[in-house]
Design a protein around this ligand. Structure first.
Ligand SMILES: NC(=O)CCC(=O)C(=O)O
Length: 285
């Protein structure tokens, strides 16, 4: 595989779960009809983004549950790879404790669940205007997720706040991924300053494609998403970008540009792991 056509579904997410699932599924079919081989949905595409909503909308990621069944069928019937944004996942532990994760299901074109990425870094923010702590109800995941797509092509998955951690992206580089996919819902405070900057930073430091998919902006929501879903190439150039409304955007990832970028600017080869390591011991405050 030398090129991969992808679609990012920047959809409006509301309070009605069935409606959200139907919207997602219609857009997946539309993306396929326009040539997409891999489709990405936004963070929390089955429920409004907010800690008060997560328990009510959470589901086990198994057949027999609405979001799982709908997405498996959408991937299968359209024969596409599907990074199904994220939904609140309910897990009952062996000690009968209920835990919730912010999780992304990844389906193959056969409709098989091939991976689940549980958001590792829970979103915490405390500004004058936006305060949020996913840790009030969610548990963080504990492993990076690499999805094999085809012969030698794989992608690393992160969810939103995960993009702020270059160490995770560099771990994906170590594991040989070609692109990084982050379903995300930045907000109107950090979005204007950090969203594009972080997408480009991760693309430049990992020298691969970076894909960010947001919900469309809904000014009446309790949490107003930034929008601006985008795809950045290994050189750091945005090759597709949405506005703030509902929209599907497309990009063709020319995977040969990964090697050519790394040849032009050999930072990965030049990394001096003998002088510095990806570990540190900051006093946590
Ligand atoms: N859903 C999230 O993780 C939001 C992350 C965010 O807005 C940020 O600034 O980081």
């Amino acid at each position: 595989m030398s090129k991969l056509r992808i679609a990012l579904v920047q959809m409006l997410v509301g309070a009605n779960k069935a409606q959200n699932l139907s919207t997602a599924s219609n857009y997946i079919a539309k993306a396929k009809s326009q040539g997409a081989e891999l489709v990405v949905l936004p963070e929390c595409f089955n429920c409004p983004y907010g800690t008060s909503f997560f328990p009510e909308y959470a589901e086990p990621l198994k057949p027999g549950n609405a979001s799982f069944d709908c997405m498996a069928e959408a991937a299968r019937s359209n024969s596409v790879w599907l990074v199904a944004g994220s939904i609140p996942e309910e897990v009952i532990t062996p000690d009968s404790e209920k835990k919730l994760f912010n999780s992304s299901m990844i389906f193959s074109p056969l409709g098989e669940l091939v991976s689940v990425h549980r958001k590792i870094h829970l979103f915490r923010i405390n500004t004058e205007t936006v305060k949020f702590d996913e840790g009030e109800v969610l548990t963080g995941g504990d492993s990076p997720t690499v999805v094999p797509i085809s012969d030698g092509v794989s992608c690393g998955v992160g969810i939103c706040f995960d993009i702020r951690f270059p160490q995770l992206a560099l771990e994906y580089v170590r594991q040989g991924t070609s692109f990084l996919v982050y379903p995300g819902a930045f907000n109107v405070v950090t979005g204007p300053v950090h969203w594009e900057l972080l997408a480009k930073a991760r693309a430049v430091d990992s020298q691969q494609f970076v894909v960010l998919c947001s919900p469309a902006r809904d000014e009446s929501a309790s949490y107003v998403a930034w929008g601006h879903s985008m795809v950045v190439d290994p050189w750091g150039t945005a090759i597709a970008e949405a506005g703030v409304g509902e929209e599907v955007i497309f990009a063709t990832l020319d995977l040969s540009t990964i090697a050519s970028t790394r040849q032009k600017v050999p930072v990965l080869k030049g990394t001096r792991t003998d002088l510095y390591a990806m570990e540190w011991n900051l006093a946590r405050k």
